[in-house]
Design a protein around this ligand. Structure first.
Ligand code: HEM
Length: 476
């Protein structure tokens, strides 16, 4: 066991790269248990302040942490072809196998190119109706809480909203989690999002466990839930074919149906059924918790910073009045955009971003060997006082055009960067702005007896240990 766990220790010494002292079993991972993910990132970032990179042993796996923003830019953009893949703790099982989050190399390139058109501005514009309907349900629920004076924990309520939007923009399904939180889609999605922690921990310590489980035919994610979604998407496709509704619903299924029928439309690249299943699940996994986290944190920060909330409401009144904003009006909401960016700076759902080096590469004089995992400490960069003075303060002005232009482009990475950045960014921002407008037109979030501010983050996950509690006051 000792030999197995320490086999890679020494890699950084050979490369002349500093790293924290290791233990033979945990490598450096023990520090994560000691400090928690977020404090640890900040601690290491400070400790290696003058270094471009430092080494980290994630158990037995060496990870090169990239601190230098110019280096990070070259990895994510200029030298992208040598860093196409993302690091996964384990490979996905069918029917989730061919998903964009974990695909590598040319297979990733093919699927990304086939899927990208679904997120074009013109396609997303057509999804506004789905967002409007679900935003209005959220507002109705919040108004009920306001009328009874009930305090609201934002995470659950935002999570139900985000799931309803993914189900409708992705699959044209009205699952209505906001009114019926126990519907089958929501239950299965939450099961996939929260896999068996004991098995994940075991795989993290011993990646070989995954190989063993695969050989024994034991899946890591809930197989029944994955199959439920695969069958559901097959059913949606069959129903649309029967009803000849292809191309009319303006969702992901519409596009993939066209991509599946390549012979009819040679301009669109063909996707296999397994790739369609993979993307459907990737959208649920990548587009549901992320949006709900950003929405809940933004509303909470606005509640705790009344002068920012007032400014946001003035912008909403000036640009949208009382009506639901259309796609173009949303693009003119610069202050709301600044608030969302500042919220994602303080609490980025993707707080650590990785790539795998697929060919020996030298960047800014640093040698990066093939197969090395490189990681960018997004949370620590977002909290660096040299980049963002008073980093814990919520200050949307950091994202006005002048301040933004004066910063390094890699200093703010909520959606990653380069050809493999978040494919759902446009949809996410549209959704967030539309729902924020809907709420702020009628209600003002304010602190309440349960609010805990500054936020205490959980040690391992980006969530508030004491919840994000607010109350709503009626504006009109
Ligand atoms: C505020 C909400 C969101 C945030 C903060 C977010 C953040 C991210 C980040 C940090 C990445 C990794 C990028 C990189 O490696 O450079 C990513 C990838 C991805 N996101 Fe998002 N995301 C959000 C919403 C969405 C939505 C709504 C969808 C889909 C409907 C989505 C689908 C994806 C997919 C499929 C990938 C993998 C892309 C690839 O590997 O080619 N995301 N996202």
């Amino acid at each position: 066991l000792y030999k197995y766990m320490t086999a890679n220790q020494g890699v950084f010494k050979k490369l002349g790269i500093d790293h924290p002292p290791t233990s033979w079993f945990f490598g450096n991972a023990g520090l994560a248990f000691q400090h928690g993910n977020f404090d640890l990132q900040k601690l290491m970032y400070k400790q290696y302040k003058d270094h471009k990179v430092y080494g980290w042993y994630d158990m037995r796996r060496p990870v090169m942490i990239i601190k230098d923003l110019d280096m990070a830019k070259d990895i994510f953009i200029k030298n992208f072809n040598n860093f196409v893949d993302r690091y996964q703790i384990f490979d996905a099982d069918p029917p989730f196998k061919d998903n964009l989050l974990s695909l590598s190399g040319n297979h990733w390139k093919h699927v990304r190119a086939a899927i990208s058109p679904v997120f074009s501005a013109s396609k997303i514009k057509k999804m506004s109706g789905h967002i409007e309907r679900n935003s209005k349900i959220l507002l109705e629920n919040l108004r009920q809480c306001q009328e009874t004076g009930q305090e609201v924990e934002l995470k659950d309520i935002c999570s139900n909203f985000a799931l309803d939007v993914i189900a409708s923009t992705g699959f044209g399904l009205e699952i209505n989690t906001q009114r019926d939180p126990k519907n089958k889609f929501a239950i299965e999605a939450k099961k996939v999002m929260n896999p068996n922690a004991a098995i994940i921990t075991l795989i993290y310590f011993f990646p070989v466990v995954k190989t063993l489980l695969t050989a024994l035919g034991i899946p890591v994610l809930s197989q029944r839930s994955l199959e439920y979604f695969a069958e559901l998407i097959d059913q949606v496709i069959e129903d649309r074919k029967k009803e000849e509704r292809m191309g009319t619903v303006n969702d992901f299924v519409d596009l993939v149906m066209r991509a599946e029928a390549e012979s009819e439309q040679p301009s669109v690249k063909k996707l296999t059924r397994s790739e369609i299943h993979g993307q459907a699940l990737a959208f649920i996994l990548a587009g549901f918790e992320t949006v709900s986290t950003v929405l809940s944190f933004t509303l909470f920060y606005l509640a705790m910073n009344p002068e920012c909330c007032q400014k946001a409401q003035e912008e909403v009144d000036d640009n949208c009045g009382d009506k639901f904003p259309d796609y173009d009006e949303v693009q003119s909401l610069t202050y709301i955009d600044m608030c969302i960016n500042e919220s994602m700076r303080l609490a980025p759902p993707g707080f650590f971003n990785t790539r795998i080096c697929v060919e020996d590469t030298v960047i800014h004089g640093v040698q990066i060997p093939k197969d090395m995992v490189v990681g960018v400490p997004v949370y620590a960069i977002h909290h660096d006082p040299d980049i963002y003075p008073e980093p814990e303060k919520f200050d949307p002005e950091r994202f006005n055009s002048e301040n933004k232009a004066s910063r390094h482009p890699m200093a703010h990475l909520p959606f990653g960067h380069g050809p493999r950045s978040c494919i759902g960014m446009r949809l996410a921002l549209l959704e967030l702005k539309m729902v924020l407008v809907t709420i702020l037109q009628q209600l003002t979030p304010v602190p309440c007896s349960n609010s805990v501010f500054p936020i205490q983050l959980s040690r391992m996950h980006l969530k508030a240990t004491n919840g994000l509690w607010v109350k709503f006051i009626r504006r009109r």
